[in-house]
Structure formats: structure tokens, C-alpha cells
Design a protein around this ligand. Sequence first.
Ligand code: GLC
Ligand code: GLC
Length: 649
Amino acid sequence: MSYAADSGVCLDRILASTDLSGLSKKDATTFTRRLKEHFPRLFDKYTYVYGHQYDCYFHLQKLVEILRDGLKSRKPALKKLDNERLKNPLWYRDEQQVGMACYVDLMGPTLNDLHDKIPYFKSLGVTYVHLMPLYDAPKGDSDGGYAVSDYRKVNPTLGTVKDLEKLASALQKEGINLVLDFVFNHTSDEHAWAKAALAGEKQFQDYYYLFDDRTIPDQYEHTLREIFPQVRRGSFTFNEQIEKWVWTTFNSFQWDLNYSNPEVFNAITSEMLFLANIGSAALRLDALAFIWKELGTNCENQEKAHVLIQAFNCCLQIVAPAVVFKSEAIVHPDEVLKYIDKDECQLSYNPLLMALLWNSLATRKTRLLTRSMKKSFSISENCTWVNYVRCHDDIGWTFDDAVANELGINAFDHRHFLNQFYTGRFEGSFANGVPFAENPSNGDCRVCGSLASLCGLEGALKSNDSKGIDDAVKRMMLLYGITFSIGGIPLLYSSDEVGKLNDYSYRFDDTKKHDDRWVNRIAVTRADTELALGNTSPANPTETASLRVFNGLRKMIAIRKQNAIFGQSSTQILDADNHHCFAFLRENTQGHKLLVICNFSEHPQTIQRSLLATLKGASGRDLLTDETVEMNASPLLLEPFQQMWLLAD
Ligand code: GLC
Ligand code: GLC
């Protein structure tokens, strides 16, 4: 018997014994209709992972009840949004979409204060706000909120769930999508499940990976990658209270959830639906690569991790179809691509583009960027990239070693160079960054720092070097310009938009000093926003640069929004005939064409006009300067760090 047939019988039986009387008539109809559509897929995924367990069907039935309750508590405004988004499923590919990620406390400092920031978001053109994790978390170090103690409670220092719901609907009214984190690989050790496990309750001990001795952890550790070697060696933490080893991929207080237990899947689905029902348009799937463990592997990107995410996706389709998933897979480029699918994650961070933009800035060369993007940029038309330059985390050099090899680049040495370059250990570097998570066994590390500091603004301001300041601002425009134009949702990292420098104050805070990522988690103050909005004037070179950055980004965003070519268009990566330059062509079904050419060097560069032939016209108009560029014989000149957005006339 095929799965489809099995699932039909199964659904009939489940529905026969599931009480839908708590749902309105309309909801009951919707629920049954959506189950008919999506249950076969859910059944397929669920039984693939849990089918060998004797109680699989019992849990599947419970899951349907959880979905029913999720729909019951979904507010009318959100149901309306569900219908709208079902009619316009590709909203996220629209040129109007521009994102920003920010910490509530660093911008608010509370949820209620963020209402006042809506005009600021709008003045920049932001339509998607990712609020960094804001759930109840341990006091002191909570991995910046990524150790969640209660998904249904907002961290009291930021506000309440009511405040969050109010903010979500205020944002929705202004056309701004709220994005929340779904931190489902682990909970904090203060979550009620962990507390019950600590109290010795077997049921909850099975929510996590607990081991009596080192036998099994040792077997796993043969093949595991260490994520935070500066915190603790290995991936397990000994808990004295229960005298067991706990699987802790990240910090010792972040306990990995055990997804081989269907009860965990169900319990987390219920939490996920709660977050969806707050009014989020997208959920960011934190650390999704790690959710399935398989002995003898690195326990990242396992097949069943994908199956589970697809199962979560089915649950959303049934209860909250307006909500999409964003993949946070900071892994090998081939693995990043595997999460991207309409039925898995519709959105994905683009860590490869991010890392290679920084690579090109350091080397002034674009070979690796061009070659890698040719290989890995193209994804399903139903999905889209979230392109970013900086975020709250470190920069990891996740490029494909094989591609580097093809170009004669030794990947290991090159990563070493990049780390040296961005942490100020390389003579002549413009960057002020900080090394992160140095691994004493293999010398590996990653890089932290703010956009402005990594682009050279910190050093240039210190030495009063006006050319250096100018170059730094141009570098920032270049990197962001590519995220605005290449295809996908550009995601600004709050504080970048006003060019804030590294914040070293974390070094004096005992709860933060061991985690250098805090250097790039920077407050955007009232003074910053007033300056940006033109309500105050710049009073020193730092403020002058800050205003230049803000106005420069705002202008590019406005141009993006005025031109449909930045939305649902294809992207073709081109070979620029100059290895300091990067070029790509956008094309849409209406026949519009845009050629983007970028110079990564601090020297002027020329490009043969044959590249312009891809535009198939006699001339192109640079949207950034409004100048017309003719197709004639002489080479095209690009100023240092210049980018051109040439729209075919
Ligand atoms: C994600 C977050 C990072 C966090 C980790 C563990 O990678 O971006 O900040 O440390 O997950 O939750
Ligand atoms: C690792 C993980 C990534 C996480 C980061 C945090 O690179 O792969 O998911 O964001 O560590 O620093």
C-alpha cells in the first residue's frame, strides 16, 4: 500500500476521534480541508522518522490535536493574512522587501519603545523586522537570548507577550513583517522541561540527550565539530545534579533537544504555533543544521533534520500558512542549498555571499566570489535568499574548498589569511576585527566586528585620515549595494545603517567577556536615529560618516523599491573581464534587464564594453547616478569601489 493510501485511512480515523467542536464551523471546515491537502505529506515525514516506534500513531493523533488548538487560537487578523499570503505566496520576492535585524534592548530598550522606531524603519524603507530572541532566558549569559527558558514568555526586561502582540499588529498595519526566532535545537537549562529532567523525571530526561558516562559521548565526539571551543572543549557537559553528561552543542547551558522522541516534536510544534500566532510573518530556524544526531557523522545537515523541518512546514501550512521559514544554516554551501525549498525553508540566509563579499574586499579580487556564485546562487523560483553583510554572529569562512582549489587557492591558508586580515594581524589591513572561537587544536577561528570597523572606518577616524574614511564608506556602500541588487531580501543589521564602530564595552562585563560576538552587538541610540532622520546635524567626523552611510543606504533602498527588476527577476553571474570586478545580470519576464558591475579595488578599473552587450541595447542608465552609459568602443571606467546599476534603455 502506498503512503498516500495509508495516510488517508489514518486521517479518517484520527478525524473520527478528534473533537472539533471547539472550532467555529468555518475553522472546522478550513481545518479539515487543509488536513486533506497537507496531512499525506505530514504523515509521510512523521512516519519516516517515528514509524518504527510502537506509539507513533498515538503521537500523530496528539499532533493533530495540537494543530487544531493552534488554529483555534489564531486571531482573525492573522487568518486574514493567511488568505492574502496564499493568494500572493511569493511576496518575499518583491522588490519592496527590505529587512532589518535588531535587538529590542539595543534599540528600544523595551518592546513598547519600539513603536516609536516605526517611523525610523519606514524612513529607511524597512518592511521586515527581525527582533532578535526576546524570550525569557537565564539571567546573565543567555547566548544573547538563544538559550530560551520559556517560549511563551517575553523576557521581563523587554516587556510582555501582550506588548509583543501589540507591536506585531502595529507593524503589520504599517506593512512591516515581524520575524521571530524559532530556537528549536535546544532550550536553556532553566526551561521547565530541563528543570523536570533535573528533578529526575524520566519523561523529561527523554527530551534531551543525557548519558550516564562518557562511553557514548566519546563515540560521537570522534566526528563532531566543536562550535564554541573557547567555552568548553567537546559537545557535552557534565551535570553534577543528575550526574549525567548532557549534549550541549553550543554553550553548556543550552541543552540539545532529542528529536528522536516524537513527544519532543509535538511539544516543540505547539511552541512554534504559539510564536506563529503572535503575528510573525516568518520564523528564523535557529541552528537548524544540528537537530538530528547520527553516530559516526558530524551530526550536522542529516537527512532526518530535513525531514523534520519539512514536517514542521506541513504543520504551518495547516495552521498558519502565512508564516514562512528562514533557514539559518551556516554550513558548507552545498548543504545550505538543501534546506531551500517551498516545502522546507522558503527563505535562507546566504552565508556564502556574505563571506565572499568580505573575501573580495580583503583581496580586491573577485574570482572566488564569481566562481562560487555561479555554482551556488541559483535556487528555486519559489524561494528567496536573505542577503546580508553583517549579523549578530561571527563571520565564518564557509566557502567550498573544492572551488577554491580549482582556482589554485589553498583553502586552509586562505582562511588563515582572512582571519589575520580582519583581526588586524596583517600588515596594511584596513580592518579592525576581533578573533572568535579560536580552536587551540587546529588554530581555526572566525571573525567578529561591526560593518564600519571591518570596512576601515574605525582606523581611519582614529588617524584622522579623510581618504581612509571615504574609502571605508565606499566599501560599506559596495557590500550593501550588492545585497540590495543581486536578488533576494536584503537584511540590514541594525547599527550598520548608521555605521557604528565596534563596541568593546563587553570586555568589562563578566557575562559577556568570553564571547567576542558582543563587539558587534551595538546600541542604536536616540542620538543616532535623530541624526539619521535629519533632526540634528553632525557635530564631528564620526557623525558625518554615520550620516553619509545612512543616506547612502537609504538612497539605494529607494532605488530598489522603484524598480521591479530588483524583485522577481532571474540573476545570472557574469565573468567581468577584470579580476577586481564582479558583475551580474538581472532579467525579468517583462524583458527588463539590469547589469550590475562592482569594483572591489581602491584603484580605478576598466571593463570592456562588450559586457554591456548583455543589456542588448545601445545604452544603459546607471540608476545610482542617473547617467547614461553609451555602448561604444572605449573601455568603461569604474572609480574606486564604484558600482553601477545599469538598466537597459
Ligand atoms: C545561532 C545563533 C547564534 C547562537 C546559536 C545557538 O547560530 O545565530 O547566535 O549562538 O545559534 O543558538
Ligand atoms: C557555527 C554554527 C552557526 C552559528 C555559529 C555561531 O558557525 O554553524 O550555526 O551561528 O556557530 O557562532
